[in-house]
Ligand binder design. Sequence first.
Ligand code: NAD
Length: 246
Amino acid sequence: MPNIHIMLRINSDAKVVVLTGAGISAESGIKTFRASDGLWEEHPIEDVATPYAWKKNQQLVWNFYQQRRKQLLEVQPNPAHESLVNIENKLIDNFLLITQNVDDLHSRAGSKNIIHMHGELRLLRCEECLGIFDMMEDTHLTDDFVACPECDNERLRPHIVWFHEMPLQLQEINQAVEECDFFITIGTSGHVTPAAGLIYLAKSSGATCIGVNLEHPLNYDEYDHFYQGKAGEILPNLVENWFSNS
Ligand code: NAD
C-alpha cells in the first residue's frame, strides 16, 4: 500500500522520470478518457482510435481528430504542466517527461525533454512516404483531408498511436525508467498498456514510485507514495516540498 503520510524529499542530483496521462490536461479543459465510461468525447474508441476504424471510415476518424486538433487552439497549460517545467529546470538532463497525451500543453508550458509515446495531435503522417509534418494552419484544420506535401498521397493520417499500434520510443522509455531514482505518474488511470506497466519496471529497478491522481489508479498498490487530488491544485505545492532541501 502506498504511504500517504511520510514526507518525501528529492535531491537535486536524482534521476526523475515523470509519466503523465489525460488527467493532467483535464483542468485545461481537455476531457479524459475514463471520465466518460470508456467513451472518448462521446465516441467508442474502436470507432475512432484504431487502425481498423481508419480503414473502415476515414472521414469519421479524420473529423474526430480535426476536432481534437482545433481544440488545441482554445486550451492553455495549467499549473500542473508548469510544475513539471520547474522540476526540469532543477534537474536539467536528469529529468525525462514521458506523456501519453497527444495534446501540446507540456511543450507550450516549457517542458523540453519530452517523449510523446502516443503521438501528437499537431502532427500529420503520410502512410506512403512516412513523412511527418507539423500542420496547424487554418487550412489544415477543416473536415477536408490534407494531402502529403512530399508525395502523391491525398490523405495524411493523424500522427497518433491508435489502440493495437506500437507506442513510440519504447526502447528509450524503458531505459530511462530502469535507470531512474524516482518514477512519478500524474493523471493516469493505469488502464492503458504498456504505459501502465512501466511502474513494474521502475519498481523492479529500485525506483521510488509516486502517484498523483484524482482517484486510485488500477495499479494503486504498486505506489510507494500516493497523493489524491486535482493535479493543478496539489502538484505545485508537492513539487515545492519534494525539492525543499535541494
Ligand atoms: P485516462 O482517461 O484513462 O485516465 C485519466 C485519469 O486522470 C483518471 O484516473 C482520472 O481520475 C484522473 N484525473 C482526472 N482529472 C484529474 C485531475 N484534474 N488531476 C489528476 N488526475 C485527474 O487517461 P490515460 O491513463 O492517459 O489513458 C487514456 C489514453 O487516451 C491515453 O493513451 C491518451 O493518449 C489518450 N487521451 C489523451 C488526451 C490528451 O492528450 N489530453 C485526452 C484523452 C485521452
